[in-house]
Design a protein around this ligand. Structure first.
Ligand SMILES: O=C(O)CCC(=O)C(=O)O
Length: 282
């Protein structure tokens, strides 16, 4: 049994950790199939949203990667695991009570997808209209996670990351770092590996990039982020005044998502509801 303090130490030192067996091995196939089906139902809509952002001159996503924002509105098959103790023990230790989910998306990296650019996640990605300006304070303010619904390995595009980069004062997402090419391999990069059902957790400042899937099967994952109650998520929430002011009125791009549908919220497991109570469709 791995202790929470061991995981916290790894997060502090390396910036990431792989939590194993969050979704049991015999349940993960059903979760993956439901996610793939949900994304397929919304594929055209999702691609249209990405195309509209690109038409405004912004770089978003990677070619060959299908996605769906707020996939929880389309399927709730994964929700029994979102507040599992393996995750919440770490989140509670980092943020205290009242943590909130800030993102529930899915990605499907099809064979041959393009490599993505080095970035850190919201609110540290300066290509986003709302972001914390660098130099960043040296504190973990947002926890990102990538849920492996297929095993991740070097062949199928296990996420690229740069261990230790979460403590650097900037990242190359918006360019502007003279000595770093945001599209090129970084000398100390590595790829994440793990069995299906594992969850990569990382400090949202950690430099990471989409890797190319060189296998013949899609690589499927959920993207879930956890925030402390005091981190203002409104700039990334469509319909909130901060989103309107900082993203819509500036013509910028942002990490953004729509609220949880009321009936979806009502049907969530009781221990998951507090994670979404801040963001329900009115
Ligand atoms: O799917 C991956 O491997 C990386 C996803 C990613 O870059 C992100 O969620 O910011």
């Amino acid at each position: 049994m791995i202790s929470v303090s061991h995981i916290l130490e790894k997060l502090k030192r390396d910036g990431f950790y792989v939590v194993e067996n969050v979704i049991p091995e015999n349940e993960v196939d059903a979760v993956r199939q439901a996610i793939v089906a949900a994304q397929a139902r919304k594929h055209a809509e999702s691609e249209a949203a990405l195309a509209a952002t690109r038409a405004r001159g912004h770089r978003v996503g990677a070619e060959g990667v299908a996605s769906l924002r707020q996939v929880i509105n389309e399927t709730q098959v994964f929700t029994p695991y979102l507040a599992s103790r393996k995750m919440m023990d770490v989140i509670d230790a980092l943020f205290g009570p009242y943590a909130r989910v800030s993102c529930t998306d899915c990605v499907i990296n099809y064979p041959g997808n393009e490599r993505g650019y080095w970035h850190a996640d919201w609110p540290y990605n300066a290509t986003n209209a709302s972001h914390i300006p660098s130099p960043y304070p040296d504190a973990l303010l947002h926890l990102s996670s990538i849920w492996m619904l297929t095993a991740f390995n070097e062949k199928n595009g296990g996420t690229f990351l740069v261990p230790g980069s979460h403590r650097w004062l900037d990242n190359p997402a918006a360019g502007g770092m003279d000595d770093v090419d945001q599209d090129a391999p970084y000398p100390s990069e590595m790829q994440v590996k793990g069995a299906a059902g594992s969850v990569l957790i990382y400090d949202s400042r950690l430099w990471h990039a989409v890797a190319s899937n060189q296998s013949d099967q899609p690589r499927v994952a959920l993207i879930v982020r956890y925030a402390p109650w005091w981190l203002n998520l409104n700039p990334s929430h469509i319909g909130k005044p901060e989103h309107e002011m900082m993203v819509v009125e500036t013509g910028g791009k942002n990490y953004e998502s729509m609220p949880l549908q009321k009936e979806v919220y009502d049907g969530l497991p009781e221990d998951v509801k507090p994670l979404y109570r801040h963001w329900i469709e009115q």
